[in-house]
Write a protein that binds this ligand. Structure first.
Ligand code: WTA
Length: 630
């Protein structure tokens, strides 16, 4: 895997990657183990879209993550697992042990009926078995669909049904901070409406009592005893599915973003190596949850492809106190630390005395991902955690992009607070105006698109290719539309300003306004609702809901509590509105469209300057909403 060592080299590599993308990516791909080489590097059009990388190449990503590091890295730690409670024993997995566990669990999956191409749903907390389960699926060519452990039974069942999973891997319970979450009960509830699920494999984490359904539910430990560690890696076509990951868009139903084997492998490894400038033997820690794309790409696949040693942490940043991250960094002498702005802001607000007891002198590189990092948080991170000595890589990317697209290279690209800086090699961003015309030059602003494929881009949305086209390729012909707005400054540096569609970003979690609205509308007294995001000090964005209630005698506080319960039930606690305002009407145009722009402004606290409201059917509702704003 080639590594860029200077800014000059970045510029030549970038140029080469744009002028000769096929040559460029073929060179990167050649550094991996292929069972059969590709015939053609790239075959694409954005009209269908059709994107194929390393056509007819055969490989198995787990051979590249595990087998090829043996025996050299047999005794090197792949994962240092740090439990939720600092008093519990930490667990280490060497590359040898991880390879064995993955092969064993791959055999367990086979014994329980999984075959190449079958979908396996994984719903569990951050325990080592989670990474093992993903890799075991990849080993046999089963497609994993990980559902973040914070989603509700209803959200889980929707995702299981959408891609027709026949196996679910889960735990009895989960420890998150002071909480003990009944994971298996949630699965049981979800499966009441998922009759196609044949097997549930349960890891015992909390040893709480769970119901086991005879014939369907089996224990991980029991199953692992029945198998050996010999499991050949399934030959996969470069374009066979590796995984599905559901993400929110502007409609009510989350989309199953599909990633395939070859391009994803090449691109995630390339970006890991170059963005973090990873050096052999360094300890790397990404604090994301494997339930999101950051965890898939930069906790599981890329670090293992690079033969890195990673920390994997089960708990939350503030448990037992707001010094936990810093304690873990000192404990494992973490060199590269990758986290989210929302965590940085929360830990900043907790106060500097939580940092004082720790040295943090092992740190070399800091990373940020998930949402725009505001200048203040950037500076705080730089001074208090990096001690002014660690480059910060603000990495911009998406579930759909599979890997980082715009980011500094640590220590190489000159950084600027709140700028994701420059595109990585192979990435060709363009800024367009509302009409889709490219805005050239520097010092401009508009919607961010990408005009050429990169190896780890999404291939489709599961079961609905047309939806993939409509969502990402129809808005601007021949461009991939990101849904983000951005600025390009005088130096050609990119600054992502946030979503321009109806997707919110709450504590780095992607949530669609339409999803929250449909959950709120389940409440019997609610006839209609409109949800918008507003700036929130810690979460980045908070959720503001305007609701129309038919029951005029309803007590506001009980209505609020019931709505929160409804959202928690339909989506999960992560999507609970921060503010709920009861209104008599919503600002609608003559064609019946809600003017969210106005609602957004009011939620932001803006009361004058609402723009043109003359096209509304009933402009007077605006006055009423303004007066009742929270
Ligand atoms: C936002 C997370 C600014 C953006 C990897 C994007 C960012 C969405 C950054 C994708 C960043 C992510 N700066 N904004 N460094 N990283 N975003 O799919 O709006 O969970 O479209 O992927 O998060 O969120 P997703």
């Amino acid at each position: 895997m080639s590594k860029i060592n200077s800014f000059e080299e970045y510029k030549t590599e970038y140029k080469r990657s744009v002028e000769h993308p096929e040559l460029f990516w073929a060179e990167q791909a050649e550094t991996f183990v292929w069972q059969k080489k590709w015939d053609e590097v790239l075959n694409w059009n954005f009209k269908e879209p059709k994107i194929e990388w390393f056509v007819n190449g055969k490989l198995n990503i787990t051979e590249n993550c595990l087998d090829r590091h043996l025996p050299e890295r047999a005794n090197q730690i792949a994962y240092y697992w740090e439990p939720n409670s600092p008093d519990e024993k930490a667990v280490e997995h060497t590359y040898q042990q991880l390879q064995e566990q993955v092969c064993k669990f791959a055999n367990v999956l086979k014994n329980n009926g999984a075959k190449k191409g079958d979908r396996v749903c994984i719903y569990m907390p951050m325990v080592p078995e989670l990474a093992i389960a993903l890799l075991a699926c990849a080993r046999i060519g089963a497609v994993h669909s990980v559902v973040f452990g914070g989603f509700s039974a209803s959200a889980l069942s929707g995702r299981i049904q959408d891609c027709d999973c026949k196996i679910v891997v889960t735990t009895d319970g989960a420890y998150r901070g002071a909480k003990d979450i009944p994971i298996k009960d949630i699965v049981d509830e979800a499966l009441e409406i998922c009759p196609a699920v044949e097997k549930v494999i349960v890891v015992q984490r909390t040893d709480t009592f769970i119901k086991m359904l005879e014939g369907r539910d089996v224990l991980w430990v029991d199953e692992m005893e029945k198998v050996n560690a010999d499991c050949p890696a399934e030959p996969m076509d470069a374009e066979d599915l590796l995984f599905i990951l559901y993400t929110s868009g502007s409609t009510g139903k989350p989309k199953g973003v599909v990633h395939t084997c070859g391009g994803y492998m090449v691109y995630t490894h390339y970006t890991f190596q170059n963005v973090f400038q990873y050096r052999d033997k360094e300890v790397y820690w990404c604090t994301a949850d494997i339930g999101w794309i950051t965890g898939h790409s930069y906790i599981v696949y890329a670090p293992l492809l690079a033969g890195a040693s990673s920390v994997m942490y089960e708990g939350i940043p503030t448990y037992p106190d707001a010094g936990r991250f810093w304690k873990i960094i000192d404990k494992y002498k973490v060199n590269i630390f990758y986290t989210a702005p929302t965590a940085i802001r929360a830990l900043e607000s907790a106060g500097e005395h939580f940092i004082k007891p720790y040295k943090l002198n092992s740190l070399r590189v800091l990373g940020s991902v998930g949402e725009p990092i505001n200048e203040e948080a950037w500076n705080w991170y730089n001074q208090n955690i990096g001690k002014g000595k660690c480059p910060i890589v603000d990495t911009w990317w998406q579930t759909e992009t599979g890997g980082m697209l715009i980011s500094p290279l640590a220590g190489i690209t000159k950084t600027k607070p709140s700028f994701a800086t420059l595109p990585l090699p192979g990435v060709q961003p363009v800024i367009v105006d509302e009409k889709g015309n490219e805005i050239e030059g520097n010092g401009v602003e508009g919607n961010l698109c990408i005009k050429f494929p990169w190896p780890s881009m999404l291939r489709t949305t599961y079961g609905d290719h047309e939806r993939c086209y409509q969502n990402y390729f129809a808005t601007y012909p021949n461009l991939y539309f990101t849904g983000d707005g951005c600025k390009r400054d005088e130096d050609g540096y990119y600054r992502i300003t946030g979503r321009v569609d109806d997707v919110m970003n709450v504590s780095g979690h992607r949530i669609g306004t339409a999803e929250v609205e449909s959950a709120i509308n389940m409440h019997i007294d609610i006839v209609e609702s409109a949800v918008v995001a507003y700036p929130h000090d810690i979460k980045g964005q908070g959720i503001y809901a305007y609701v129309i209630c038919t029951n005029h005698n309803k007590n506001h506080e009980s209505l609020r509590m019931e709505i929160l319960a409804e959202v928690t039930k339909m989506i999960g606690a992560i999507a609970k509105p921060d503010k709920i305002q009861v209104v008599n009407g919503l600002p609608k145009t003559r064609s019946g469209k809600i003017m969210r722009r106005i609602l957004r402004k009011i939620a932001e606290g803006e009361t004058s300057n609402l723009g043109d409201i003359s096209t509304l059917i009933d402009p007077s509702v605006v006055e009423e909403i303004k007066n009742g704003a929270l």
